[in-house]
Write a protein that binds this ligand. Structure first.
Ligand code: ATP
Length: 440
């Protein structure tokens, strides 16, 4: 299967099965904005819950925050986004479409849209922040931005959280939330979109310990990706060279994934030094220093940031899980999602729609749901077709109620990946699944 085919197939599977739809599709779609359907929203919640569990619930040194999307406009002056969050943009003199000047084709002088050569005007800086107005008057003074990252909410709340949670440096603030960037060249499905969600940690450390914490967090984040079942050979670390480093960063690496369209960023780990706290201190006129208990020593902590997209994690999980296989002479498409990521954990089928089998199957389905195991009931079509639907959905286990169930209270459980079938007592099914989810 050619790599470029994989993306087309994945986009169509995601639509067919209800993972992801183009936003406002009936109006021709909104550029690079996507809606998550019934399965997509479950996958998204699983991604966020697993991140939150690993980054907040299982640690003593990280606190959660949900800051607002709209922030004081001065925040974005202090952060450098008003002046610096720009891409160079050129316009084609023939078709008047605009492109990023650093795209290889554009840098070579050819318009990617109409093919005209050497018709580009001067490069201009284009700010990627979405602007809107606060209050009833649309004037410059009431300009406000949709946040392009969640990080600033954590910096301006640094002392609020440190005090309220009685944390001592080193400690971190974790957030999951929407971010907006008016990207000039978005694309590759949900890889780069204009509205997306981020999962970011800002970890505050004493200067001098920052290199050590940087290495620790890079290692922790890499392990998290592997814990989602992402193939190790598809992940690598790309350190930023001096010309790639952001204005605030002392050191930065990208954790990259090999997408069907090449190796590209998956997550960023950055040493942002005391740049952000220092700038907010300067722009707000409020002291943001940490006062060390006992010694009363004051200092501005350095920040190690880990920043990953929810949507991008979903894309990696989906791409990594997508397989086309031939099983006993029949083709099947399977999403081999890690069981903890899978939107539906178990599908329950009566083998036939008679002899009381649907009633037994429905009862089992209800029991699983009551035990917070997302389950799906299906009695339509041949058993083979029902299996294939669940393979495409990514459901790890299919449970079939058959004639033998009425004799000995046992059912078959089919494993999505190995296709092995085992017989398990009806009353044991719940525990059997729970055990595998916990061990996965
Ligand atoms: P790029 O250079 O690819 O535009 P970036 O280096 O600006 O991205 P960061 O600001 O470090 O990205 O954002 C952190 C993470 O947020 C990225 O690693 C990615 O997972 C996610 N992300 C950033 N921009 C987008 C976007 N437009 N759409 C989806 N996810 C994004």
């Amino acid at each position: 299967m050619a790599d470029h085919d994989v993306m087309d197939k994945l986009v169509s599977l995601c639509k067919r099965r209800g993972y992801i739809f183009q936003s406002s599709e009936i109006y021709g779609g909104t550029g690079s904005v996507w809606d998550y359907g019934p399965l997509g929203v479950e996958l998204k919640r699983n991604v966020k819950d697993l991140w939150w569990s690993a980054m907040v619930h299982q640690r003593d040194d990280v606190e959660g925050l949900d800051a607002a999307i709209l922030m004081h406009p001065r925040v974005w002056e202090a952060s450098g986004h008003v002046d610096g969050f720009t891409d160079p943009l050129v316009e084609c003199g023939n078709c008047h479409r605009r492109f990023r000047a650093d795209l290889p084709e554009v840098a070579g002088g050819q318009c990617p849209s109409c093919g005209t050569r050497d018709a580009f005007g001067e490069a201009r800086s284009f700010n990627l922040m979405f602007k809107t107005f606060m209050g009833p008057v649309e004037e410059e003074a009431s300009t406000i931005y949709l946040r392009p990252e969640t990080a600033q909410g954590s910096y301006v709340n640094f002392l609020n959280i440190q005090g309220a949670a009685r944390q001592r440096v080193p400690f971190g603030i974790a957030q999951i939330g929407k971010a907006f960037r008016n990207e000039i060249t978005p694309g590759n499905f949900i890889f780069r979109t204009r509205e997306f969600e981020q999962m970011e940690l800002q970890f505050f450390v004493e200067p001098g310990t920052d290199d050590e914490w940087f290495d620790r967090w890079l290692d922790t984040r890499m392990k998290w990706h592997l814990s989602l079942g992402i193939r190790e050979e598809k992940l690598r670390v790309h350190p930023h060279g001096p010309d790639e480093l952001a204005h605030y960063a002392k050191k930065a690496v990208d954790i990259e994934y090999e997408y069907p369209f090449g190796w590209k960023e998956f997550e960023g780990v950055h040493n942002r030094t005391d740049f952000d706290l220092g700038r907010h201190q300067e722009y707000s006129g409020k002291r943001l220093e940490y006062i060390e208990p006992g010694t009363n020593r004051r200092f501005l902590p350095y920040v190690i940031e880990t920043a990953v997209g929810v949507d991008r994690t979903m894309l990696v999980a989906l791409v990594d899980a997508y397989r086309e296989e031939s099983v006993e002479g029949e083709e099947r498409v399977v999403l081999a999602l890690h069981p903890r990521l899978a939107p539906v954990k178990a599908a329950v089928f009566p083998l036939v729609k008679k002899d009381g089998l649907p009633e037994v199957a429905r009862k089992l389905h209800d029991e699983l749901r009551a035990a917070t195991i997302p389950s799906f009931y299906d009695e339509a079509g041949s058993i083979g077709r029902r299996y294939r639907r669940q393979d495409e959905t990514g459901t790890p286990w299919c449970i079939t109620v058959d004639g033998q169930t009425l004799e000995d209270d046992s059912v078959t459980i089919r494993d999505r990946d190995s296709l092995e079938q085992v017989r398990v007592g009806l009353s044991q099914v719940r525990g059997w699944i729970r055990e595998r989810l916990d061990d996965a």
